[in-house]
Structures are given as C-alpha cells and as structure tokens.
Design a protein around this ligand. Sequence first.
Ligand SMILES: NC(=O)C1=CN([C@@H]2O[C@H](COP(=O)(O)OP(=O)(O)OC[C@H]3O[C@@H](n4cnc5c(N)ncnc54)[C@H](O)[C@@H]3O)[C@@H](O)[C@H]2O)[C@@H](O)CC1
Ligand SMILES: [K+]
Length: 476
Amino acid sequence: MIYDTQEARQIDEWARTSGLPLEVLMERAGSHIATRIKERHRKTERILILCGTGNNGGDGYVIGRELIRDGFDVTLHAPFGENRSDTSIVHVHYAEAFGLVTEQPCGQYDVILDALYGTGFDPKRMNQVFEAQCEFVSEQKRQGARIYAVDVPSGVPTDHATEFKETAIRADVTFQLHAMKRSAFLIRTAPFYGELETIDIGLPTFGEWRVSPKGVTALFKREPYGHKGTYGTALLIGGSETMPGSIQLATRAALRTGVGKLQVATTALAKHGIIAQAPEAMVIDQTLPAIQEMIPSVSAVGIGPGLSQEAVETWVDYLLESDLPVVLDAAALVKESYPERTAPIIVTPHIGEFARMTNQSVESIQDDLFGQATDYAILHQVTVVLKSHVILIAKPDGGGFVVSGASSGLAKGGSGDTLFGILTSLLAQHPTGDIERKLAQGAEWYARASKQVERRLHPSSLLATDVIEELGRLEL
Ligand SMILES: NC(=O)C1=CN([C@@H]2O[C@H](COP(=O)(O)OP(=O)(O)OC[C@H]3O[C@@H](n4cnc5c(N)ncnc54)[C@H](O)[C@@H]3O)[C@@H](O)[C@H]2O)[C@@H](O)CC1
Ligand SMILES: [K+]
C-alpha cells in the first residue's frame, strides 16, 4: 500500500470510529519500533530521540518509554516545546512515569530517532528551529550516529516534492507505519528515507495505490492443451528506415513474453532484421491497408517505437476506432484527447514525453509523479504507464501500481521498446479484466529480469537485449 496524507488521516479516522483509539495505534507503532532498535543496539549506546508536538512526536515518547524501561541510555529532546497533540499527551504522561523527561542533547550519540514530523509536516511553513535540528542531526551522522526516522524523515512531504526545499532529516532507515508514502518513490525525496522497513500496526489494507503485485508466477502459466491461438495475436507497428532497431527489440520482447502469434508492421530495412533475429514473428508492410487487413485477426495492438510516419495520427485514430486494447508509445503519443471506447487505451510515455503531453516541465512531473499520472489517466480515461526510475501504472478510475527495483542499467536506449513489447504481448494474451494488474506484473517481470542480469553484468554494460533473454530465466 502507498498512502497520501489524506488517506493516512482517513485510516486513522476509520480506526477511531471503528472502536480503536489512536492512542492504541501509537502504542503499537512505538513499541514495534522500540523492539527493532533493541534488536540491533546495545544498552551502552547513547540514544537520542527527537520529538515534535504532533503524533509523530507521540510515537517518539512510546519508543523512549519502552527503551528506558529496558535499561537503555535514552535522551529525549523536544526542540519545538511542550505543546502536545491530544493523542500523544497520554503517552507523554505515561512515559514520564518511567522517568523519561525532556533534556537538551549533549555530546555525540550512537543512535538518533527522528520523531519530529510525520505525515502532518507542512512544507510551506518556514521553521528555523527545525533547520537547526537538521544541521545538528547531519553533523551527528557525519560523526557516526545511525539515524532512524519514524514514519517519514522529518521535513520530507508525504505526497509530492513540489515545495520541498531539501531541508530534512537524512535517515539511514525509515520505519514506515502501516504503508509506504508516495514521497518514498520520488527522485528528490527518496534518498532521505534510506532503507525502508514497514511496521505493522494492525490496520486493514487501504489506499488507492499499491506496490506492484508480486505474482509474476501467474504470467508463466501455460495450458497443457493450449495452441498458439490460446495466447492471442499481437500486432506491433513501428520502425523506420533510420530507426529499425526499436521495433526489433519490441518484437523479441513480445515473443519472449509468451504471445501466441506476432505480426509486425514495419519498413523494408527493419523487416530484414526481424526475419534474421526473430523468425517466429510475421512481418507485414507498414501501410494503412496492410494494417487494416490485419486488425480483425489480432487481440491487441501496439504502435510507436521507431516510427517515423507523417500519417501517424490518422493511423492512431483508425486503431482507436477498433475494439482492441491499443498501446500508444513514443512517436504514437500524439493525441491531445482520446475517443470514448470500451477497450482500454494504454499510453506508455517516459518522463520527457509525458512532460510534453501535459505541457509541464520534467521537474514538476518528477516532483509529483503520482498526482500527475493520476490526473492524466482520469482526465483522458486512459491507462498511463509512466516510465521513470520507477514505473507507475495509473488507472483511469484513480490509483494504480508502482514497480520499483529495476536495474539502473535500464537507463539506456532500447529499454522502453522492450517494455512496450512485453506489455503489448501480455495484453494480446489478456485483453480484458484487470489489465492494470497484468501490466504491473509485466513491468515487474521486466524489472526483476533486469536486476537478475546484474548478477553477471555491470549495469553500465547491461543492454535491453540481455533483459529480453533473461525474461525466460527469471527465478521465481
Ligand atoms: N495511522 C497511522 O499511520 C498512525 C500514525 N501515527 C503518527 O502520526 C503522525 C502524523 O501525526 P500528525 O498529524 O499529528 O502530524 P505530525 O506529527 O507530522 O506533525 C504535526 C505537527 O507539526 C506542526 N507542523 C507541521 N509542519 C510544520 C512546519 N513546517 N513548521 C512548524 N510546525 C509544523 C503542526 O502544526 C502540528 O503541530 C504519523 O506520521 C505517525 O508518525 C501514529 O501515532 C499512529 C498511527
Ligand atoms: K519523522
């Protein structure tokens, strides 16, 4: 699960109205985190807990109480004063009964727990006391302190990085409560989280965004009595005389993803490459009549990689008149609006293309990946596969999946063509149902295959072709 601030508030409210007081959730959060600290630190180490005035600070008091009760050397500092949220006040009093009092920090610490701000942080408000705390923690870190953040590294906004000024605690580990936060996936904020560990505080599944489904195994299922018609027919349209490579990559990726039959509409030069490198595929002319003739016998169509066709928008319009799932990539990302239809439309832009499609800067997209992908998907009623350092699959009715953990070696030409081939192939096999889940599984397959290649090839040398060949070798 991945939360935004509003969802974090909603789940708190749901728990409260369903009968579980917030104080209990705070108790669970704090005591689970205290256990993780006890497991990895000795009683002789000096621990500093920095507590804010909200509920994040309240978690800090529970952690402090649990540690001091077990004989750990704890200093608790409350740099913003003693104003407390109603929920945390209970725990502040209870912790005081164990002898936990607020003190000024003194000297070097081995461990610092950051419980200054959580999901309630407002990046618009200037705060010099907090800036001083960030400097203090970063100096302690330089001198060897290990930094743990509670829920969110303080100063990091939860939902988007649009107002983020990079004044924040840089944690080694963040104990995220119940669910991940959107900012844990954004380029400017993710580094502040360090390693991520999730703390189960007993809440139900909630929220619109999910980390990608791990069920890649489901994609490997083959029917014992199946034939090539069982696994759909995909039509890929792409390639040009000057860019024949991308459609070849897409073709090989589609074949390695299990499609029953593959038709490729491409130009003369690319045809030669495909016949040589992927003889399993069938090639047709890259003309509208040839494509029109093929449409009735395919189950999904993808268009765009390496395409250099003046008539591309007419072709896209024609494809969108069909009742097939249509994947629009690269040169085919030309539409400003899309027709109403029942079959899904999937757009697969990288960040630069998405910036162009939305008339925004790359930075503003990177700072608000989830919001931007969601807005486009809902406004245009399409599925957005947004390719960045993570891959977002945004549904037309809101929410979606995030795929992370791919090799840094994928930041090269050819990666997008590969993913396009994988996704179109999967859609041809599963043209209806929960297509976003299938797309997420496909992207997860691709990401995991790339990571597996890293075992024998440095990311700098990793090529899209290596990932394609690895698809069938994925260790499940
Ligand atoms: N369901 C959950 O996930 C649970 C969340 N809990 C904790 O509750 C936290 C959220 O608590 P809150 O909503 O009280 O929010 P926070 O504790 O994040 O902070 C809110 C306080 O900080 C102040 N503040 C925010 N931005 C500021 C700025 N820039 N300058 C100065 N002051 C600023 C606010 O006025 C308020 O007093 C979570 O992050 C988590 O640690 C847990 O206690 C229990 C369960
Ligand atoms: K925090």
